[in-house]
Ligand binder design. Structure first.
Ligand code: DMJ
Length: 486
């Protein structure tokens, strides 16, 4: 079904209308106080000018394009599109996070292009993608975390210091977007860059089959043995299974790397608390740290979507694991008076999915828990996932909504709410989108036809029958060949 056809049906639902209004309120607030800036600071009523994006502006606009479009917020989508046409300047000269620019800007523009067919989004995505290539000019081709958008870039970090470590989640979260950049430009350079990273990671020795979170872009070796599916590791695993799914299930190498990694995680990191909660601990040189980041809660959904393809022997086990992790993340929310989850929750010294440390109690409007609810709902249709999503929606309205926008909160355990003064762009890209999809029909962005990048920007599955005509020259054929060669 066409997306716009779907909308007419879905807009009858009152759950959907609430989400529609929340998105409109977040958008209108950003527009009123921070238009063109990266993010809204709702308490101070101005824009957030952090340098993560190297001087690029309008992160909230790019991150919102597809959400506005699928929600049918037509006027707002038009405003966003016009801003991209007239104001998105890519000739900036700052140092940007390769990962953040890729997932938010390149991913957001690609997704907007695939949903709407508007050439401007494709043109900007490709232009920006090209500007990211100097990051790969290292002795190993493992990119730096930081790229100078002005152009040529040596492999030394700013100030001449060697930037020693590249981060697993950062180097491993380029694949989906880069495959599509090659697909659109018919230039294999993007695929070659990310296949080189994968090949390198695949052939490294791994302690107990686990991937450490940091590697050296000069030597290509692991920097230390810290393993986590939360911060620094998370979306590397996500992009393996999604690369397989986005390739119409032909990318066997990604598939194997994903299931091997998951097996090692299951064996070494997955734990059960005394109270019966399943969680994924972190691993520091062989010693377990019994904590989970909020970020790690995406893994319920990831393991869920992968369960189908891991073979009949593991399917039920992986579905149970996905459901159990999602349940634990719900508990982390349910055990706070605000019904919002903390940034880190622990399972030691008597803690059970709670945050004893004061500096780990914030909620930044993050999406990972509702992301897993959405996937688990689509996979099981168990109504509890919609109930849990509704709880989050109510908590957002009660505690995060202020007169001038949405804001994160500093302590989810306190009845005296203090706001952090930031409406993160991923709140519009991910949190509200996943909630909207949770309450929509399954064929709105069907999981058969779309994969979501790690910023929730949908990218189409590259169906095999679209690739057969010109297999020798077409980038997807080329991808297939590169995979075959490795
Ligand atoms: C988002 O930018 C992405 O989901 C990323 O993978 C992790 N962090 C934020 C949201 O929490």
């Amino acid at each position: 079904m066409e997306i716009m056809e779907c909308l007419e049906i879905y807009l009858d639902s009152s759950d959907i209308l609430v989400l529609f209004q929340m998105m409109k309120f977040a958008w209108d607030s950003y527009k009123r106080y921070a238009w063109g800036e990266n993010e809204l600071r709702p308490l101070s009523k101005n824009g957030n000018d952090d340098r993560t994006f190297g001087g690029l502006k309008g992160a909230s606009i790019i991150d919102s394009l597809d959400t506005l479009y699928i929600m049918g917020l037509d006027d707002e989508y038009q405003e966003a599109k016009e801003w991209v046409e007239n104001n998105l300047k890519l000739n900036v000269g700052g140092e940007a996070s390769l990962f953040e620019v890729n997932i938010r800007y390149v991913g957001g523009l690609l997704s907007a292009y695939y949903l709407t067919g508007e050439e401007v989004f494709k043109r900007k995505a490709v232009e920006l993608g090209r500007k990211l290539l100097p990051a790969f000019n290292t002795p190993t081709g493992i990119p730096h975390g930081v790229v100078n958008l002005a152009g040529s870039w040596p492999w030394r970090a700013p100030g001449g210091d060697l930037r020693r470590s590249s981060v697993l989640a950062e180097v491993g979260t380029l694949h989906l977007e880069f495959v599509h950049l090659s697909e659109l430009t018919k230039d294999s350079i993007y695929i070659e860059k990310v296949m080189n990273i994968r090949k390198h990671l695949n052939q490294l020795d791994k302690p107990h089959g686990l991937y450490p979170n940091a590697l050296n872009p000069v030597s290509g070796n692991w920097e230390q043995h810290f393993v986590s599916i939360g911060a620094l590791g998370d979306s590397f695993y996500e992009y393996l299974i999604k690369s397989y799914l986005m390739s119409d299930r032909t990318d066997e190498e990604a598939k194997k790397m994903y299931y091997d990694a998951l097996e090692a995680i299951d064996k070494n990191l997955v734990q059960r608390s005394p109270g019966g909660l399943t969680y994924v601990a972190e691993w520091r040189g062989g010693v377990l740290d019994h904590r989970m980041d909020h970020l790690a809660c995406f893994s319920g959904g990831m393991i869920g979507i992968g369960a189908e393809h891991g073979g009949p022997g593991s399917r039920q086990h992986q579905l149970d694991l996905a459901a159990n992790i999602t349940h634990t993340c719900h508990e982390a929310y349910r055990r706070t008076p605000t019904m919002l989850g903390p940034e880190v929750f622990r399972f030691d010294d008597g803690a059970e999915a709670t945050a004893p440390r004061v500096n780990e109690r914030h909620y930044l409007l993050r999406p990972e828990v509702v992301e897993s609810y959405m996937y688990m709902w689509r996979l099981t249709h168990d109504p509890k996932y919609r109930d849990w999503g509704w709880e989050v929606l109510e908590a957002l309205e009660q505690h995060c909504r202020i007169a001038t926008g949405f804001s994160g909160v500093i302590d989810v355990y306190s009845h005296m709410i203090q706001h952090d003064n930031l409406q993160q762009s991923f709140f519009l890209a991910e949190t509200l989108k996943y909630l909207y999809l949770l309450f929509s029909e399954d064929d709105l962005l069907s999981l058969e036809d779309w994969v979501f990048n790690t910023e929730a920007h949908p990218l189409p599955v590259i169906h095999r029958n679209c690739t057969q005509e010109a297999e020798d020259t077409h980038p997807v054929g080329l991808l297939a060949r590169l995979i075959g060669l490795l």
